[in-house]
Design a binder for this molecule. Structure first.
Ligand SMILES: *Cc1c(COP(=O)(O)O)cnc(C)c1O
Length: 342
């Protein structure tokens, strides 16, 4: 049995999802004619209590569009040093928004309001780039799926209002945080000026992300999406999967979290593992002993038909998802017993 825990993006649409996709009513989205895309955008915007949303191919695109709209050449974006927009978007902040990044070291990727305040440049000092955006991530991928304390978001929002800075959320795995905390989508809509969510991660869609914000912001983002070549046509087939996932795959994320806990417990017993990062959602990051390389562990596991990702010199990441069930967990437990390091 192949156990693929490289990412929660590897899931394939279920038969039910595929059936809904086949039946979708579609049109040309560049003309605004795709009823299913329009329905998804409206549904998502309303659920966050925000004005508008834009359906895009990837979370990189939604983040980059947000940064492009919020910033102008010479701007600076404040974010954590572990953030996806800094590490995994190909330098897009420079390429798309002609802006720089100021990275801060947070707590497993989570920044505190006072850290951010100290990092805001003096707008009257012509030597410094103009701080133009604060971008946060929840959950934090590289922080092991860590969840922010919502109170910190409220403090950061207050700060952003004081300094007139927009606040963006990379919520690629926001629903993983939502099912574990009391806050709702509307609470997030009140705090953030723009939010990016992914449908292709834990929610199990084949493709798709949404950028959410006010009308004016989304109108600008729609224009930049076209420039990037991201205007698409009968995208309703994909939007239909998104609507289905939002209605059926959110609550079940808790199951992924439970299996991540069990996976972490199994791994924590192993002599070659130094420590397991705190597990709050569906991501398990383990740190190996100093004499073992992540790439070595990853290839040894692949021999046992278990797939995971190297996540640093001695860090390995496992991600649970919709296509990883209890029997997968059982096979994982028995296969990993065969692993040894000499
Ligand atoms: C996956 C991910 C994205 C978007 O990735 P795409 O592959 O471009 O859809 C953005 N932010 C975070 C934190 C992610 O994990």
């Amino acid at each position: 049995m192949r156990i693929d825990l490289r990412s929660d993006t590897i899931t394939k649409p279920s038969p039910e999802m595929l059936e809904i996709m086949f039946k979708a009513e579609v049109g040309d989205d560049v003309f605004g004619d795709d009823l299913t895309v329009n329905k998804l955008e409206k549904k998502v915007a309303e659920s966050f209590g925000m004005e508008a949303a834009l359906f895009c191919a990837t979370g990189t695109m939604t983040n980059q569009l947000a940064i492009r709209v919020h910033c102008s050449p010479g701007s600076e974006v404040i974010c954590d040093e572990l953030s996806h927009i800094f590490l995994y978007e190909g330098g897009g902040v420079a390429l798309n928004a002609f802006s720089s990044v100021k990275t801060l070291k947070g707590d497993f990727g989570r920044l505190a309001a006072n850290q951010i305040e100290a990092a805001i440049n003096n707008p009257n000092d012509i030597h410094q780039p103009t701080t133009r955006l604060v971008s946060l991530e929840n959950t934090v991928n590289k922080g092991g799926g860590s969840i922010y304390d919502f109170k910190e978001f409220l403090k950061i929002k207050e700060l952003c209002l004081k300094y007139e800075l927009p606040l963006h959320l990379d919520g690629a795995r926001l629903f993983n945080a939502l099912v574990e905390t009391p806050e709702t989508t509307v609470d997030y809509g009140r705090v953030f000026d723009s939010i990016s969510i992914c449908l292709s991660k834990g929610l199990g869609c084949p493709v798709g992300s949404l950028l959410i914000g006010n009308e004016k912001f989304i109108k600008k983002a729609r224009r930049f999406r076209k420039v990037m070549g991201g205007g698409w046509r009968q995208a309703g087939y994909l939007a239909a999967a998104g609507i289905y996932a939002l209605d059926n795959h959110v609550e079940r994320l808790k199951e992924d979290h439970k299996r991540a806990q069990l996976l972490g417990a199994i791994l924590s017993q192993k002599s070659y593992i130094n420590k397991v990062y705190p597990i709050q959602t569906n991501i398990v990051i383990v740190e190996l002993l100093e004499n073992i390389l992540a790439t070595e562990m990853v290839s040894k596991l692949a021999e046992q038909n278990i797939y995971c990702s190297p996540f640093g010199k001695h860090l390995v990441r496992f991600v649970t998802h919709l296509d990883f069930n209890d029997s997968g967990l059982d096979s994982f437990e028995s296969s990993i017993k065969k692993l040894s390091f000499s």
